[in-house]
Design a protein around this ligand. Structure first.
Ligand code: NAD
Length: 485
């Protein structure tokens, strides 16, 4: 690892410090400054786009089979460097080591999907008229951009970058300014795997560089993952500049718990979903709708949550502001009459007094109109709303502006089926608290959790990162003519 103390932009295969200003990067584990970051703008972006355009000329001419060879090697490098990459994720994001390792393993799986593209992306051909053939080929778009959030510094860039590259595009990656280090390692390891200069470029910074990406006249497509507020800005701005855009936003995932659910499994899954990665997952459980008599399950959830120890099996949240925001939500709910069953406020971890820790929190008797029921908290907090029957529970789930994930816990196939059909979310779990579809299935929500057509990973991403070329050919002049030939 060579560039962690001072983050640099990665342009045309070189690390360059060319931003206008800089900001500190903190480790949320203990609040220490671990690096500084350049705040780039339109000038630095232009350099990156020029490098990507130059590299596109030869990269796009390689066959798919040639391009995936680099990702075979890169996947091996991820595995060989697993420990160091996991520690880096932990350092910059604050999650636990095992969560960080799971993230890197998921990145490997995403590479496995990317290298399978030659088996999936077969073109189409048909004799559409006597002696006349029509074929459709998938062609890359050109220079594309990927903008990523703080919560999965290693994995989320792997949702987009490998597929976009393997399909023949060249990429500008803009990582979250809060967690820029894993992206640097990605660039270093891809270079080691043989990625030619300029094929992947990284520009660091915040709002200014994101706006420059949306406004750039020669960037063909932009993928975004982050909060709904910014997803809307990026989607509108990039689309109005005629870029193709998919923008994934925030979430407020509802888990519907029925009285017949397996109590141990349900309590364990619900709490793991709300507290895993300190609740900073767009797939995290945020609202539990308890249908009818579920007190026995809630009691077990309280036991599960009490066994979680911040700084040990629960990581930190990303920043001081995030900790304050999460604790404010809890206090507001309490003031409005909700009951705090497990309270994670004011948590100090010994030896890491300046870290940003919030303990697991369970809030019961939440009303659907409270902020903790409607807004994304993005911390290890679950709000329990009581419902008299499944119809009422489904109505509560449907009323959310978001629609990333929803889950049902029950042993009844017919009740589960009702939720599968009626929930207004893109990813549904049945007795699963974090229903992330694994490759080749694609990832993406509904409603205000995603803007744009298609999903961001899996087979759906092939549509996003390519355009169809349709060629009609005729070679034999003697062929009998009909109206199309
Ligand atoms: P964020 O929206 O604050 O930041 C995402 C990216 O946008 C970053 O690269 C950041 O630099 C940039 N950005 C921030 N403010 C901007 C502005 N005003 N204008 C232009 N660009 C701006 O998100 P975050 O806090 O890094 O990540 C957490 C959010 O991401 C949560 O809402 C979470 O639900 C969401 N998320 C969603 C998914 C999904 O698949 N739907 C996955 C991961 C995270």
């Amino acid at each position: 690892m060579t560039h962690t103390k001072e983050v640099k932009n990665f342009i045309a295969g070189k690390f360059v410090r060319n931003g206008q200003a800089s900001m500190d990067v903190l480790s949320p584990l203990d609040g220490t400054i671990i690096s500084t970051l350049p705040l780039s703008g339109a000038k630095e972006l232009e350099e990156a786009v020029l490098a990507a355009e130059e590299a596109y000329i030869s990269w796009s001419q390689l066959t798919l089979k040639d391009r995936v060879q680099i990702f075979f090697k890169y996947r091996q490098l991820l595995e060989a460097n697993m420990d160091e990459l996991s520690k880096l994720v932990q350092l910059e994001n604050g999650k636990t080591y095992s969560e960080a390792k799971a993230e890197v393993m998921k990145s490997m799986e995403l590479c496995e999907f990317a290298v399978s593209m030659p088996q999936i992306v077969t073109n189409e051909i048909q004799e559409v008229s006597r002696g006349v053939e029509c074929r459709i080929e998938r062609k890359p778009l050109g220079v594309v951009a990927c903008i990523t959030p703080f919560n999965f510094p290693n994995m989320v860039p792997h949702w987009t970058v490998p597929n976009a590259l393997v399909l023949g595009n060249t990429v500008i990656l803009k990582p979250s300014e809060l967690v820029p280090l894993s992206a640097i390692r990605m660039a270093e390891l891809l270079q080691e795997a043989g990625l030619p200069d300029g094929v992947l470029n990284i520009v660091n910074g915040g709002k200014e560089i994101v706006e420059a990406i949306c406004d750039h006249p020669r960037i063909k497509a932009t993928s975004f993952v982050g909060s709904t507020h910014v997803a809307k800005i990026v989607y509108k701005r990039a689309s109005s500049n005629l870029q193709r855009c998919v923008a994934l936003g925030g979430a407020k995932n509802h888990l519907l718990v029925l009285p017949d659910a397996n109590p141990e499994m349900t309590a364990n899954n619900v709490v793991a979903s709300m507290a895993g990665c300190a609740g900073q997952r767009c797939m995290a459980a945020s609202v539990m709708v308890g249908v009818d008599k579920v007190q026995h399950i809630i009691d077990k959830m309280v036991d599960e949550a009490n066994a979680i120890v911040p700084g040990d099996n629960l990581g930190s949240v990303i920043s001081k502001e995030a900790k304050e925001r999460i604790e404010r939500y809890i206090s507001e709910a309490e003031a409005q009459g909700a009951k705090i069953l497990v309270d994670g406020r004011n948590h100090i971890v010994e030896g890491k007094e300046n870290g940003f820790y919030v303990g697991p929190t369970i809030i019961d008797h939440v009303k659907p109109d409270m902020a903790v029921a409607k807004e994304e908290i993005f911390g290890p907090v679950i709000s329990i709303i009581r419902a008299k029957d499944l119809d009422e529970a489904i109505k509560i789930e449907n009323s959310s502006n978001y629609g990333n994930a929803a889950a049902v816990f029950t042993q009844s196939g017919s009740l589960a089926k009702r939720v599968m059909e009626k929930a207004s979310a893109g990813m549904i779990g049945v007795n699963i608290g974090v229903p992330v579809p694994r490759e080749p299935f694609s990832f993406g929500g509904w409603n205000e959790s995603k803007f744009g057509v298609g999903d961001i990973t899996g087979k759906s991403s092939i549509e996003f990162w390519t355009q169809n070329k349709k060629t009609t050919t005729k070679w034999n002049a003697e062929d009998k003519r009909d109206w199309m030939s």
